[in-house]
Design a protein around this ligand. Structure first.
Ligand SMILES: NC(=O)c1ccc[n+]([C@@H]2O[C@H](COP(=O)([O-])OP(=O)(O)OC[C@H]3O[C@@H](n4cnc5c(N)ncnc54)[C@H](OP(=O)(O)O)[C@@H]3O)[C@@H](O)[C@H]2O)c1
Length: 203
């Protein structure tokens, strides 16, 4: 698939080589495309990246995501799978959407996008390389669009996530759980002194 990652930070840098290795095509969207001459993949403006892609990944700071993604108008995302990995927190790491979620706010702003929440419950280093934590762990998906969930499972497979390690939480409302978990993630990270960990659901 042709994947556009919005943002050129840590998430984009770590996911890009993994997605390329799995045979996907990747383009990055930047506010300053000319500043990335040494990039592995093309870096273009937001509209060009979204227009060319089958799948769009939101990898912008969560508190800025609705404004950034909406800047090209909602029609650009119509019918596309939009994988939202964002955590919307302020400078004090408090939730920006304590009574809802970034994923739901994005769905409201971009009503024809097929939004899937995933990959926001651990450090991206760990989510892109399970061997860092012994090969285990769980990731979660939330979406109102079954087709987009299937596409996202394919995307996750490129990062080494087999079907048994991906838990479907249900509709997009469940993204609140995955996003509000950020508070626990931050507490555990402070408690154990490293971001290199993941949670695993054991039945
Ligand atoms: N890092 C992790 O381990 C991790 C794990 C899971 C989820 N997440 C989430 O994934 C998202 C991206 O994380 P990240 O670590 O890649 O962040 P980052 O290193 O700060 O990169 C974010 C990128 O977003 C773009 N951007 C667009 N609008 C922006 C704005 N108003 N202010 C600043 N940057 C803006 C920038 O690219 P341009 O300047 O090129 O436009 C920037 O490089 C966040 O929502 C984060 O919570 C991160």
């Amino acid at each position: 698939m042709h994947i556009a990652i919005i943002g050129t930070g840590n998430v984009a840098r770590i996911l890009t080589p993994k997605l390329l290795e799995a045979g996907h095509e990747v383009t990055l969207a930047s506010r300053h495309p000319g500043d990335h001459q040494d990039s592995l993949v093309p870096v273009v403006g937001l509209r060009d990246a979204v227009d060319a892609a089958d799948v769009v990944v939101n990898a912008t700071p969560g508190r800025n995501s609705v404004e950034e993604l909406s800047s090209i108008g909602p029609a650009a995302y119509a019918g596309k799978t939009l994988i939202d990995v964002g955590n919307a927190v302020d400078d004090s790491w408090e939730l920006v959407y304590p009574h809802t979620s970034l994923a739901e706010e994005l769905q409201q702003a971009l009503p024809d996008a097929h939004i899937v929440k995933t990959l926001n419950t651990a450090a991206i280093t760990v989510l892109a390389d399970r061997s860092l934590v012994g090969g285990g762990g769980t990731v979660f998906v939330s979406s109102d669009h079954e087709g987009a969930k299937a596409t996202t499972r394919e995307f996750l497979a490129a990062l080494g996530w087999d079907a048994d390690s991906v838990i479907d939480l249900g509709g997009l409302l469940s993204a609140r759980g995955a996003e509000h978990y950020f508070l626990m993630f931050a507490a555990v990270m402070r408690g154990i002194g490293t971001p290199t960990f993941n949670i695993q659901i054991v039945r």
